[in-house]
Design a protein around this ligand. Structure first.
Ligand code: HEM
Length: 513
């Protein structure tokens, strides 16, 4: 067969597919009707216009026009992989969650991401990195929607839209601007711990395989007897934690994190993480110098225990179908795992499912990547793109004609609340101590990189006031850290110490600093 014909080109001017002579499958429109012409529009003669009656053309353009769903409002740039989780410890004393039976395997889908920049942005931008895991357990999907860093910038969901607005490109120039986000952070001292982490080289991982993952919030675990305990989860990378410094990021390729993950999985070099848990009882809280439900804090000095391991072994066959349409939500919990009172987690319980019903649609949970392996039985129905097959007319509850049960053993654990309802900050803020401890544990090179990374962005800030307040926070975390940063951004140290004095005068309660 001539080469052009093999490539599907039979003519010169009106070249078209050679499907009739080859054994290639027939193309169709979405209604299944065969397409006879896919390269030339129906036009009036040689010089005339194209006709609206060309339904093949109109359908093709209309479908193309609708290819994009809105990108995630945050964490738009991501990459995903399938894998398996194997429980390794009996923790039935802590939780009745059905996946934690030693040796039991549960399929997972993981999506890694950057946070602020759009879906096509370079993967080396400084950011926390998302580490979201969907466990398809036999009692429904559990989504552990975490980050590589163990803490967060703010501690109340009501501040999240403001913080993200400040970090996203300016609505006027469409450029990210340190003047804007440091303006926000200069009024947000609790962000000092997270900023110290993000501006360290942890903000630019060498690979998604070489990151740890953190659930960040405390969760409530409930065992079969109804006893509760609070817990934090962490993924520890068996590949070790490896990051890039500034010059290395500058030469990293646009897609280096996706290339690495896809490439290593293709080679059979499957990355593995250990799932660890920390636990605290309510009676442990009094001795803490921080609020255990404050997500700007780690539970430092609380031991970790390994409870399972996860291997990622397959990349999705189609990016849009799996990675883009994946919908992780902190509200997707399973019996035995419940929310703690963490004020950020409480906001996230609403926000994710809400955005996904907008981003993808009301029936987002029916898509293959989101659909639980456990059968779904409820009376929710209809809406755009509903694909469920329903043959019963009993779409209400209770119904004597077609009973469904809600077993009492799946009820959420009751708890007592006796407090004044008010919208006010938490008592034990302790905004700086953990940032200082993190700084002092860095190597000399990592300290130097952190200061250079932070100075790079702080030096863009034109307001002397904002710069001074920011440096004063890092100074309160650690004097050496703050002094070196002050030198790097040319803020006189007397100005820094004056800002510290003002801060302390405004926050006389040591615990509330
Ligand atoms: C994605 C909101 C805090 C980790 C998202 C999305 C929203 C959102 C709306 C997009 C979801 C989607 O379109 O599917 C919020 C709010 C927060 C908050 C309101 C605070 C109240 C956090 C925290 C973490 C986190 C503390 C880490 C522990 C993630 C991750 C994703 C994400 C990993 C990407 C999930 C994926 O890969 O699809 N967040 N977020 N977020 N968020 Fe948050």
């Amino acid at each position: 067969k001539p080469l052009l014909a093999q490539a599907g080109v039979t003519g010169t001017v009106d070249a078209k597919g050679d499907a009739s002579s080859a054994s290639a499958p027939q193309m169709t429109r979405d209604n299944g009707a065969p397409i006879g012409e896919n390269r030339n529009s129906k036009a009036v003669g040689d010089l005339g216009p194209v006709l609206l009656e060309d339904t093949t053309l109109i359908e093709k353009l209309a479908r193309f026009d609708r290819e994009r769903v809105p990108e995630r409002v945050v964490h738009a740039r991501g990459t995903g992989a399938h894998g398996v989780f194997t429980a390794t410890a009996d923790i039935s004393n802590l939780t009745s969650a059905s996946l934690f039976v030693p040796g039991k395997q549960t399929p997972v889908f993981v999506r890694f991401s950057t946070v602020i920049h759009p879906s096509g942005s370079p993967e080396g931008m400084r950011d926390p990195r998302g580490f979201a895991t969907k466990f398809y357990t036999d009692q429904g999907n559990w989504d552990l929607v975490g980050n590589n860093l163990p803490i967060f910038f703010i501690r109340d969901a009501i501040q999240f839209p403001d913080m993200i607005h400040s970090l996203k490109p300016s609505p006027v120039t469409n450029k990210q601007d340190p003047n804007r986000f440091f303006d926000f952070f200069s009024a947000t001292p609790e962000a000092t711990n997270m900023l110290t982490h993000v501006y360290s080289n942890l903000g630019t991982p060498a690979s998604y395989r070489t990151m740890d993952g953190n659930g960040v919030h405390a969760f409530k675990l409930v065992n079969a007897k109804g006893e509760t305990i609070f817990a934090k989860f962490r993924w520890i990378s068996r590949q070790g934690v490896r990051n890039l410094n500034g010059p290395q990021v500058a030469t990293a390729s646009w897609n280096y994190l996706t290339d690495d993950l896809y490439g290593e999985i293709a080679k059979g070099n499957h990355p593995v993480w250990d799932l660890m848990v920390q636990t605290m009882k309510r009676s442990d809280f009094a001795k803490l110098d921080y609020n255990p439900f404050d997500d700007t804090k780690e539970w430092l000095d609380v031991p970790f225990r390994k409870i399972g391991e996860m291997t990622l072994n397959k990349v999705p066959t189609n990016f849009f179908e799996y990675t883009e349409q994946s919908a992780f939500a902190p509200a997707n919990m399973v019996p035995g795992i419940e929310a703690s009172p963490d004020r950020m987690l409480q906001g996230r319980l609403f926000s994710y499912s809400d955005t996904q019903r907008y981003r993808i649609g009301a029936n987002v949970m029916q898509l293959p990547v989101n659909r639980p392996l456990a059968p779904v039985l409820n009376n929710y129905q209809d809406g755009q793109l509903d694909q469920a097959t329903r043959t019963s007319d009993v779409n209400y509850f209770p119904a004597a004609t077609a009973a469904k049960t809600t077993e009492a053993r799946f009820r959420a654990a009751p708890y007592v609340v006796d407090a004044t309802v008010d919208a006010k900050p938490i008592a034990k803020t302790n905004n700086f101590a953990q940032a200082g401890r993190f700084y002092r544990a860095l190597t000399d090179q990592d300290k130097a990189d952190l200061i250079a990374n932070l100075a790079g962005d702080l030096n863009v800030v034109t307001s002397a006031r904002t710069k001074t307040i920011m440096v004063s926070y890092f100074y309160q975390a650690d004097k050496d850290f703050g002094s070196r940063l002050a030198t790097a951004v040319q803020v006189p140290i007397v100005e820094v110490t004056r800002a510290v004095t003002e801060y302390r005068a405004a926050n006389p309660d040591q615990n509330a600093r």
